[in-house]
Design a protein around this ligand. Structure first.
Ligand code: HEC
Ligand code: HEC
Length: 300
């Protein structure tokens, strides 16, 4: 309500509310006759013979209306609701949210602090901490990585031991805190459709998939010229750039020739959002331990 562009709307809303209340008041007062007087028919007839008497409204029923009227006036005096008027109590939804946040921080802060002191391997072997980590994961991460953390096309599997950006606790922490941007540049124009197909066959040969060996041979050369800068001379990837290992059987986008051709032709832009500021380091620590623990069996 505080964000009206012009003061007119503020006055307009206040006017509407006050007019409605006055109208209710008028209706109530004008129907407030106590004595029934001689009971007469109203003159309204429905369904041929259904007629209405002009009895006064029942008292209890009328009182309900009075109560709602008084309630709304008291409410509008105490709470925000009448245009920009803030209300005597100064209540705001933001204020309530912040108070709840502060209460939660008081309550859970010490628990988080305890785990914050422990290293990732120790947290990963604590069942309570892993339970908290899993709940956080289901809330903030599962929509992209899946509830079992096994990912989907374009969203990496976090439960295996193959890592784009590194699987050591500090690398995982950095990924979650700051996010990552995987950028594979397009080569369609440089290599042409035939050249792309050659390299794609070479890439498939690296992990022992069926391939055209003549194309793969030609592709090997193009790979050395164009791809090793990021994927490494051995094609085993480079964590600093998020370039994946092309020799294993884990695929982010897919291993079919068609998908590899698409990746090489058009490139890929893939973003992992950063959660450091939003969740705070305590929760990131629990999540780091949870994700690390998925592929590292900590000793119990
Ligand atoms: C909006 C979708 C999205 C959400 C939400 C998301 N991620 Fe990701 N995440 C991605 C994408 C996409 C990548 C791959 C980035 C790339 O290709 O460079 C990724 C990569 C990662 C990696 C690196 C994997 C590797 O192989 O190096 C980790 C670890 C990770 N995410 C953990 C998390 C955690 C923990 C959460 C919850 C706090 C989370 N992600 C939430 C989309 C998401
Ligand atoms: C600028 C660095 C860079 C260069 C150069 C580069 N790549 Fe990549 N490549 C990446 C990154 C980063 C990814 C991961 C993209 C993502 O996060 O989705 C990737 C992904 C891929 C994938 C998908 C792997 C999967 O698991 O689905 C293939 C295939 C691939 N690159 C092949 C190549 C080939 C072939 C070349 C040379 C023609 C090449 N790349 C050149 C950085 C590079």
């Amino acid at each position: 309500m505080a964000d009206f562009v012009s003061g007119f709307w503020n006055v307009y809303v206040i006017g509407l509310v006050v007019l409605s209340l006055l109208f209710c008041l008028f209706i109530l007062v004008s129907n407030n006759k106590r004595e029934a007087g001689p009971v007469e028919l109203h003159g309204h007839v429905w369904d041929e013979n259904l007629a209405e008497y002009n009895n006064p409204l029942p008292r209890w029923w009328l009182y309900l209306f009075w109560i709602t009227l008084v309630f709304s006036i008291v409410y509008l005096a105490l709470y925000p609701g009448l245009g920009n008027v803030k209300g005597i109590l100064g209540w705001t939804s933001i204020g309530q949210y912040e108070a709840e946040q502060a209460r939660a921080a008081d309550r859970y802060g010490p628990i988080f602090a305890k785990y914050r002191e422990m290293d990732v391997a120790a947290v990963a072997s604590d069942p309570d901490a892993q339970g908290m980590g899993q709940r956080l994961f289901l809330t903030y991460c599962a929509q992209c990585h899946g509830s079992d953390a096994r990912g989907a096309k374009g969203f990496p599997n976090l439960a295996d031991s193959s890592w784009q950006w590194g699987g050591e606790p500090e690398a995982i922490r950095a990924t979650i805190t700051d996010g990552r941007m995987g950028a594979m540049i397009p080569f369609g124009a440089t290599l042409g459709p035939d050249g792309v197909k050659d390299v794609a066959n070479y890439v498939r040969s690296l992990s022992g998939l069926a391939h055209d060996s003549l194309r793969a041979q030609r592709g090997a050369e193009a790979f050395q010229q164009n791809c090793v800068a990021c994927h490494g001379a051995d094609a085993k990837g480079m964590a600093a750039l998020g370039a994946p290992d092309l020799t294993d059987e884990n695929w982010l986008w897919g291993s079919s020739e068609a998908v590899i051709v698409e990746t090489i032709t058009h490139g890929r832009m893939n973003r992992m959002p950063g959660f450091g500021e939003f969740l705070g380091q305590d929760k990131v620590h629990l999540l780091t331990a949870y994700v690390w623990g998925l592929s590292n069996k900590p000793s119990r």
